[in-house]
Design a protein around this ligand. Structure first.
Ligand code: SF4
Length: 319
């Protein structure tokens, strides 16, 4: 069989595509990255996309194609014989799923409830000093979290839980464990202004164990209630960014995109995109966030903020 694999976001390693590649190589098939010129010759084309907004109209999909990933279909799964392949490429999941049900998130629909799917030895190649884990909400499985942390500690690996840990579940024992293992900056989420109090409390716990600066994903652009306005969304984002600034934490502004039909609408469209650009430029760059006020300094004086002053003025957000 002559197989082609196509990762529509080549800037990211696509685990599903790599598992498919490994599976067909193991069967003795010829497996190559997709080249449009050879389309007629392929027996099968596997295509994966993680974002719904990645362009797909240019693809000439026919019955030989099998497309998956959140960007095509959140519910599509790999067959068990492919899913269970261990890649040992130093990045992957030890745990999938989440017991919460945040409106904007595809995880519960795609992965179901929190459950373990493996451990470090399924992911680590035995040589690398770093490992990246995409675990969806490992703190919902405390036993599994401690087991994985022990393995990381034993192998002296620097871990990056890059999908974020659930700040609400951090307690003294968890913070102490997190402080002991080598780690990239921990990531958490600050999805709504009503989390401010619990974030202050949990940051204090982290600081008690020497974790003094973490990064918080700040979701913006999600119309998570029917009467929420664009102005309220911007004010809510600024409130959270200023709160993180006070706590001396870093932020990453995540611009929300709707992935499937049941999700809330996004405020971010052709007419409003320019409102969110300077917010992300300011909030996600620690030097800007920690040294400037958004309206007063960044939009008024910074070269990456000034071009957008007029967009804020049109909305009446600045005068
Ligand atoms: S807690 Fe995180 S992973 Fe779970 S549903 Fe909410 S956003 Fe998704």
């Amino acid at each position: 069989m002559y197989i082609a694999v196509l990762n529509l976001e080549p800037q990211y390693i696509n685990n599903a595509i790599e598992k498919i590649r490994r599976y067909h190589q193991g069967r003795g098939d010829i497996v190559e990255d997709y080249v449009p010129l050879f389309t007629a010759q392929y027996d099968k084309v596997y295509c994966s996309s993680i974002f719904s907004y990645t362009p797909k109209e240019h693809l000439f999909i026919d019955e030989r194609w099998e497309c998956g990933g959140t960007g095509f279909d959140v519910e599509k799964k790999l067959s068990p014989c492919i899913e269970t392949i261990k890649l040992n490429m130093n990045l992957g999941w030890t745990q999938r799923g989440c017991n919460n049900n945040c409106k904007f998130c595809v995880v519960p629909k795609k992965e179901g409830k929190a459950h373990p799917v493996g451990d470090i030895y399924d992911i680590w190649d035995g040589k690398s000093k770093t490992i990246t884990l995409y675990d969806n909400n490992i703190l919902q499985l405390p036993e599994h979290f401690y087991k994985i942390s022990e393995q990381i500690y034993k192998e002296d690996l620097e871990v990056d839980w890059n999908q974020g840990l659930d700040i609400r579940l951090v307690d003294d024992d968890i913070a102490k464990t997190l402080s002991k293992i080598p780690h990239a900056a921990y990531h958490f989420a600050f999805d709504h202004p009503n989390m401010a109090e619990i974030i202050t409390e949990k940051v204090e716990i982290l600081k008690k164990y020497g974790i003094n600066r973490s990064m918080f994903y700040v979701l913006v652009g999600c119309k998570d209630s029917s009467d929420k306005t664009l102005e309220e969304d911007i004010e809510g984002a600024l409130f959270r960014l200023n709160h993180l600034k006070k706590l001396k934490m870093n932020a990453y502004v995540m611009r929300y995109q709707k992935c499937y039909v049941d999700q809330p609408e996004s405020f971010i469209g052709d007419k409003t995109r320019k409102i969110y650009i300077p917010l992300a430029n300011w909030g996600s760059v620690p030097a800007a966030l920690h040294s400037m006020e958004f309206y007063k300094d960044y939009l008024a004086t910074h070269e990456r903020g000034m071009p957008y002053w007029k967009n804020y003025k049109q909305l009446g957000l600045v005068s």
